[in-house]
Design a protein around this ligand. Sequence first.
Ligand SMILES: [Zn+2]
Length: 167
Amino acid sequence: MATTTVPRWPATSFSDVELDPSASHHLVLTTDHAAADHVGHPTGASVLHMSGADDDALAEALQAARVGWRFVVVGSGAALVRVRTAILAAGAIDAEVSVVDLGGGDGFAAGERDVYCAHCHAITTTTAGVDESLTCSGCASPLVIYYHFSSRHHAYLGFHPDAEELP
Ligand SMILES: [Zn+2]
């Protein structure tokens, strides 16, 4: 779709990524087990395996990062956006971050997004759009996706339509 603002990634295999010989270090970040298996043990790069919302490991790795590092995010779905956003927030520039979408580059075609629950703070990944509803994976509340993207949570805000006010 020409009108989508949803990101698409050109690389669909780790071998599509050219490691930059001028970089001081390459850090490969895998967002799930399939990605970890896919990447294996590449030469000339270190690998950080994340499982789900293992944000502590990510934050630690980013704290250790230095100028000249390159990042390769490997996985599928909304986790790619989440990890890439965190790397950029830590000070990397766009050109230093490559993304490999094992979902074939169209994992976002259906508008997959993360929704942050205003009530229990759980994050639910969904294909529902803004103003549509879903069930929170944390508290099982019916949530409506509010048109607000939180850069802090890297997710859209969802709230219970019958709640009196946002907490
Ligand atoms: Zn909830």
